[in-house]
Write a protein of this length. Structure first.
Length: 589
């Protein structure tokens, strides 16, 4: 018998002997009502497999946040001194008694050691169990829930733990999470023949191409070092992946240097992620991300991370896994890499209503983004495409902008993970001169408080918010987006043809590519990459951005927020001026 197996058996015995003390079950989390758009159906098969994610209480998460602030604040002596993997693991590792209590509980319920998969820090555990076992562990009842869009999930309305475990286990999902990360984009059904000739390919007021973006944002002829320790990462979820041939043809027409160099992207698969290469099966989202992320950052290495984990639920298909919880799987995967293997920038264009994600889960996912930031990764998310909620302006029908706490209180709908303070949220502009794009998501988090580095900018904006909005948003919440770039009329190669599209998912990879260029500038001079951007962005970097002062982001039957001088919850601090940003960074060399 191995030593680890012996320890688990001993723990199981200890747990069994104290089982009386651990009962009764106490509710850990519950929902007051079935979330909007969902309907309860029948019970799932008892042998339907759930891939449960357990978050164990970290010894001192505030210590991680303090260190992240130090290495990310340009005024601090530790600025740029990013941590290694082992150092971050030590910061977030649970107390021994927490790990032991969780392990004993799992073994007590018959979970074999081979099915218990902790991350390297031990604060995140994945297990696969049939519904019947999950229901016994959590004193709950799972059901199939149908969504009005035709999809389905296996979830429960509440779950419980033995009282003595409450202090050790912070969350278990999928239980009450009804959020389904989806691409932040709305595409125009406009197909263009291959081989088009634009009247002015450097003018983004017509169609957006890599050339016009480089011209608009002052990148010019800057050429990064292809052999430096610099990498752009792009994450895709829910069966989304990019097509190599589509990207090749895109580069041939719009980035000839990349085409001539046979430049492409690497692919890493996470949790049974997909990478089919037939033109018909590639996703528009995946193609968009790699084409513009790669075009802006060429010849910096690009990696596309394809994360699976959410096939549709079909009771007749036996026991399929059905988690729809990809963030934890992907972040556990990426955080297990050494610093040399990590991208310096990670771009993501997915999200969902913040309120559909249980706070305990959102908080831990946000903590994982903080861990990436502490290790020198700039985490970038698109801000969403519904303005302040559903994109419906004054006089338009709006029925979705209500709370899901059972009270149906009218409210704007912030989007997660863009609301996490440890990511840089990117909104959209349109046209030249640039104005705020009406679909650009923005507002204030109901979960996360406003961080210190944002206080001045948001306080200056507060007097411009209509008093009629007072009950619709959280005036003390983390505000977003932080920045913006073009997001309208992007030309994209898809399934052998060119099409145009719009959305903040156009903006996120574009901005991420520009950050990768700035990291190249720093690395070439012996400096660390930017890492967690936001403190630098608000404290020093605002003068390196073009202020956008026109436009609004309607939603929820309102005009939304208005763009003004300075930061606003539509375009953030504005769009990047690469030349000015390089000059700012030069001052710190």
């Amino acid at each position: 018998m191995t030593r680890s197996r012996h320890i688990l058996l001993v723990l199981a015995l200890v747990f069994a002997q104290s089982a009386t003390a651990l009962r009764p079950f106490l509710v850990k989390e519950s929902l007051p009502a079935i979330p909007r758009g969902w309907t309860a159906r029948d019970r799932p098969p008892a042998d339907h497999v759930l891939q449960l994610q357990l978050g164990l209480r970290q010894a001192d998460p505030n210590l991680l946040y303090d260190i992240l602030a130090n290495v990310s604040d340009p005024r601090h002596a530790q600025y740029g001194q990013h941590l290694q993997k082992a150092e971050v693991d030590d910061l977030v590792r649970p107390h021994r008694r927490t790990a032991e209590a969780a392990a004993a509980w799992l073994v007590h319920h018959g979970i074999p050691q081979t099915a218990i998969r902790p991350n390297s820090a031990g604060d995140w555990i994945s297990i696969e169990v049939p519904v019947r076992v999950a229901e016994s562990m959590l004193d709950t009842e799972y059901r199939v829930y149908d969504h009005e869009d035709g999809s389905a999930l296996v979830r429960c309305m509440s779950w419980s733990l033995p009282a003595d475990l409450h202090e050790h286990v912070e969350f278990i999902q999928p239980t009450t999470i009804f959020g389904r990360p989806k691409p932040h984009r709305s595409f125009v059904n406009s197909v263009i023949s291959r081989g088009i000739v634009l009247s002015n390919p450097t003018n983004c007021s017509e169609n957006v191409t890599p050339d016009c973006l480089r011209e608009l944002y002052g990148i010019g002829s800057y050429r990064p070092n292809p052999s430096s320790a610099n990498r752009l990462g792009i994450s895709g979820y829910l069966g989304s992946y990019a097509n190599i041939n589509d990207t090749k043809f895109f580069y041939q027409q719009f980035v000839p240097r990349a085409y001539e160099a046979n430049f492409s992207f690497a692919v890493e698969l996470v949790n049974d992620g997909l990478n089919g290469q037939s033109e018909a099966s590639a996703s528009l989202e995946g193609n968009l991300d790699v084409q513009y992320g790669g075009a802006m950052s060429f010849p910096i290495a690009n990696t596309y991370y394809s994360t699976g984990g959410s096939p549709p639920f079909d009771p007749s298909a036996g026991t399929p896994q059905n988690t729809n919880e990809p963030y934890g799987d992907f972040l556990s995967f990426i955080l297990n890499k050494t610093n040399d293997e990590l991208p310096t920038v990670l771009s993501t264009s997915y999200g969902d209503e913040e309120q559909t994600v249980p706070f305990s889960y959102a908080e831990r996912i946000c903590n994982l983004f903080a861990q990436l930031g502490a290790r020198g990764v700039s985490v970038v998310f698109s801000s969403g495409d519904g303005g302040v909620g559903d994109g419906q302006g004054p006089g338009q029908k709006s029925t979705s902008c209500i709370s899901n706490d059972g009270n149906a209180t009218p409210m704007f709908l912030p989007f997660f993970p863009a609301t996490c303070p440890f990511v840089t949220a990117v909104g959209s502009t349109a046209g030249v001169p640039e104005v705020a794009a009406g679909f650009s998501g923005g507002g204030f988090s109901n979960y996360f408080t406003r961080p210190y580095w944002q206080e001045g900018a948001v306080s200056a904006y507060a007097p411009h918010i209509p008093s009629s909005y007072a009950t619709w948003y959280n005036s003390s919440g983390r505000a977003y987006p932080d920045v913006s770039v073009q997001g309208n009329n992007f030309i994209i190669q898809q399934s052998g043809s060119l099409t145009t599209g719009y959305g903040t998912s156009c903006s996120a990879p574009t901005f991420s590519g520009i950050v990768a260029l700035l990291n190249d500038f720093l690395i070439a001079r012996g400096k660390a990459p930017l890492g967690f951007l936001n403190p630098w962005l608000y404290i020093v970097g605002t003068v390196g951005f073009n202020d956008i002062t026109t436009g609004s982001n309607p939603g929820c039957g309102t005009n939304g927020f208005s763009a003004i001088d300075g930061w606003d919850p539509i375009t953030g601090v504005g769009t990047p001026n690469f030349t000015k940003l390089m000059s700012l960074l030069s001052l710190s060399l």
